[in-house]
Design a binder for this molecule. Structure first.
Ligand SMILES: NCc1[nH]cc(CCC(=O)O)c1CC(=O)O
Length: 335
């Protein structure tokens, strides 16, 4: 007769109690894409969780967005980055996943919950240009790379003279196009640059009056299974930042409402105002007509829907930079 050897491990019978959270006594498995950006933000979350007293191991998950060179639209939009991670979560292969919030579809994912939205990085877009140039200082006709219709539409308004080129690739690849002289500049998220330790390469940080970021840009979403209540509570208690959650909820509500009817480029940015109210500004280019609208409110979802409805029904047209506007007027009638 043999005694099962598996019972001889010294695992304590009780679960780890980390400041009152009953988590299983094994490392948390954090699913991440293998890209430099994904591992950087997953590593940041893992470090925060470790500082709170738990063990965490990173599990690399390959997504179609990493493998395919086809355009994002061809392979199913931004959700391609999230779907493989979500499959791994649902299958129980990992316990939590970290996403760039702006890459998450707005639809709720059955069985999963965004347990925490940590404090946001700089939400703005950045220009990485040759010779330290800012957007205003780029010479007439300069070539600027972006694969984002949102960035392209707003660049065309701010600087109609620019030659906007459609580009693909990760942050390093895109900056490389400037370094090797193929482009004068590229537009990238400030947050991505700083997560890669490359914030110093930004030559301009674009004012949201000129370039509204994508909904959720600069923020992370930490997701787990909805029925994993102790973990969801732990993630919220350790990582959640309420002001960021409110802001990105409002921004994503705009996106959700506008997406219902179109695939137009959308920008949205909410910030806490003086009295705790949210100030939300959104941009959409419907057909060839760019529109922008700002409102304040206290309920993030209601505010987002209100701004979206306004854009759809009573748009404030955006005035592009004509020669008069360039002489000092606001770029936008509504802002
Ligand atoms: N589209 C890819 C992507 N997803 C998240 C970021 C940057 C980090 C963030 O916005 O949170 C980037 C790169 C970029 O847009 O420059």
């Amino acid at each position: 007769m043999t005694t099962p050897t598996t019972t001889t491990t010294t695992t304590p019978a009780t679960a780890v109690s980390t400041s009152g959270h009953d988590l299983p006594d094994r490392p948390l498995r954090l699913g991440t894409r293998a890209s430099a950006l994904a591992t950087s933000q997953s590593g940041w979350v893992a470090d925060r969780l470790r500082a709170a007293g738990v063990r965490v191991e990173l599990v690399h998950v390959r997504t179609e967005g990493d493998v395919s060179r086809a355009s994002l639209r061809q392979i199913g939009g931004t959700g391609v980055f999230a779907s493989a991670l979500r499959d791994a979560l649902r299958a129980g292969e990992v316990d939590l996943a970290v996403h760039s919030l702006k890459d998450l579809p707005t639809a709720a994912e059955p069985g999963l919950v965004v347990a925490a939205v940590p404090e946001r990085e700089d939400p703005r877009d950045a220009l990485v240009a040759r010779d330290g140039l800012t957007l205003d200082a780029l010479p007439r006709g300069a070539s600027v790379g972006t694969g984002s219709p949102r960035r392209a539409a707003q660049l065309a308004l701010a600087r109609p003279d620019l030659d906007v080129r459609d580009i693909r690739g990760n942050v390093g690849t895109r900056i490389g196009l400037v370094r090797d002289g193929q482009l004068d500049a590229v537009v990238l998220a400030c947050a991505g640059l700083s997560r890669l330790g490359r914030a110093g390469e930004a030559t301009d940080r674009l004012d949201p009056d000129v370039m509204l970021p994508a909904a959720g840009q600069g923020a992370l979403a930490v997701e787990c299974r909805e029925d994993d209540r102790p973990l969801a509570r732990f993630l919220r208690d350790v990582l959640e930042d309420a002001p960021t959650r409110a802001a990105v909820t409002a921004e994503r509500a705009v996106l959700a409402r506008l997406e219902a009817g179109c695939t137009a480029p959308v920008g949205a940015l909410a910030r806490a105002g003086a009295d705790g109210a949210l100030a939300l500004t959104a941009f959409v280019a419907l057909g060839d007509v760019p529109r922008r609208h700002a409102e304040t409110g206290s309920d993030p979802v209601a505010l987002g829907h209100e701004v979206a409805e306004h854009l759809l029904s009573r748009p404030d047209p955006v005035v592009g930079r004509s020669d008069d506007a360039a002489a000092g007027g606001s770029l936008f009638t509504g802002a």
